[in-house]
Structure formats: structure tokens, C-alpha cells
Design a binder for this molecule. Structure first.
Ligand code: TMP
Length: 211
């Protein structure tokens, strides 16, 4: 086992990322890999507090720039207090969303430039990028059905945006994966959890030899 590895799971809502993060962590643990599962926005007490500010339905909401700054601030705390120390200790970090979510939601769909989102990430988190980003892609109608079953109390502030916004998110993610094929692995997330997990393990073969 060499040093730690940083794996991010990305994609729109209802793609099954959280389930796949857990299944991946279990599979790695079974192979003797020390891993940490975390999420964004969140992962530390400070970042979880910012998550409540961002996604809660109280208040009047945030303009796109304030929203991007809050995500970057949450990420900065998460990177400094949890992600970098875990990687330095040789652990694998499995992160449910990371900076590509800011690029897709606040950038592609939200109207900020990609350069601005990356600048915030450079200032906040030293520009840290995952070793591998798994992009979960799902048919919008399948996602809608899964979310209707999951979010019986309604969506959060960002998840509840209209279909055009979420189509913009999906298009931005697809563009990022095409631009950086070495960092991204595209996963067809339409299948059942076991089928999708098998695709994740196959994608991880990229990092094989270290698992
Ligand atoms: P989720 O992790 O439960 O899907 O909720 C997080 C929500 O926040 C989701 O709608 C995506 C959104 N989000 C952004 O808009 N930008 C970001 O940088 C991150 C991490 C999440």
C-alpha cells in the first residue's frame, strides 16, 4: 500500500452517489485499505454548519456569487481539517461531491465562469483535485422517480431548482469528463446498486496495483 488516494463521486441528484460511496468504502476496507467516507458540502462541523445555511429553506437564499463563496469556504475547512490530514496519514478519502460540483452547479448552470470557480478553489483549498473523479450519469426520468421516493418532504434549496438548471448541471459534468478523461471515469448509474458498484470497481482498476 502506498500513500492515500482521493476519490470523488460526482453527478446530479438521485444518481446513487451516497450508496455507491458506502459500497466502495466497504469493498476497499475488505481489501485492507484504510478509508474515510465524507461528503460536501460538509464533512467537518464548520462545513456542516455552512451546508445548513446553503441548503436549508429558511431565509431568502443567496445570490450566485455568495453561494459559490459559501461552498468554497465549506470546502476549505473540509480540505484543511479532514481531507489533507487523512491523505497525509495514507488513508483513502471517498468524497461524495467535491469542486466539480461547484464548477457544474455554480459555474455551468449558475452562471459563474469556470475560471472564477477555480480561483475560489485555489484560494480556499490550494486547488486540490481528486486522483479520480467518478461521474455518475443517469437518465433524468429515472432520477426524478428516485428523488420522488427519497425526498418525500421535498427537495433542498438547490435540488429543487427547475429541470433546465439540472440539465445545465448534467451538461457541464459531461463537458468536464470529456476535457479531462484521465481524471474522470463516467459511470452508467441507471442500473441497480450492485450493477453500478461493479462498474465503479472496474473504473478503479485505473488505480489498481495500489489496492
Ligand atoms: P447532496 O450532496 O445531498 O446531493 O446535496 C448537495 C446539494 O448541493 C446538491 O443539490 C448539489 C449542491 N452543491 C452545489 O451546488 N455546489 C457544490 O459545490 C456542492 C458540493 C454541492
Amino acid at each position: 500500500m502506498t500513500g492515500g488516494r482521493f476519490i470523488a463521486l460526482e453527478g446530479g441528484e438521485g444518481a446513487g452517489k451516497s450508496t455507491q460511496a458506502r459500497l466502495l468504502a466497504n469493498a476497499l476496507t475488505a481489501r485492507g485499505v484504510d478509508c474515510v467516507v465524507t461528503r460536501e458540502p460538509g464533512g467537518t462541523p464548520g462545513a456542516e454548519a455552512i451546508r445548513a445555511l446553503l441548503l436549508g429553506l429558511d431565509g431568502e437564499g443567496w445570490n450566485p456569487r455568495a453561494e459559490a463563496l459559501l461552498f468554497a469556504a465549506a470546502r476549505s475547512d473540509h480540505v484543511e481539517r479532514l481531507i489533507r490530514p487523512a491523505l497525509a496519514a495514507g488513508k483513502w478519502v471517498i468524497c461524495d461531491r467535491f469542486v466539480d460540483s461547484s464548477r457544474a452547479y455554480q459555474g455551468g448552470a449558475g452562471g459563474l465562469s469556470d475560471a472564477d470557480v477555480r480561483d475560489l478553489h485555489r484560494i480556499g483549498s490550494g486547488g486540490l483535485l481528486p486522483d479520480l473523479t467518478l461521474l455518475f450519469e443517469i437518465d433524468p426520468e429515472t432520477a426524478r422517480q428516485r428523488l420522488a421516493a427519497r425526498d418525500v418532504d421535498g427537495a433542498d434549496r438547490i435540488g429543487g431548482r427547475d429541470a433546465a438548471y439540472h440539465a445545465g448541471v448534467a451538461a457541464a459534468f459531461a463537458r468536464f469528463a470529456a476535457e479531462e478523461p484521465g481524471r474522470f471515469a463516467r459511470i452508467d448509474a441507471n442500473g441497480d446498486p450492485a450493477t453500478v458498484h461493479a462498474l465503479v470497481l472496474a473504473a478503479l482498476a485505473k488505480l489498481a496495483g495500489e489496492v
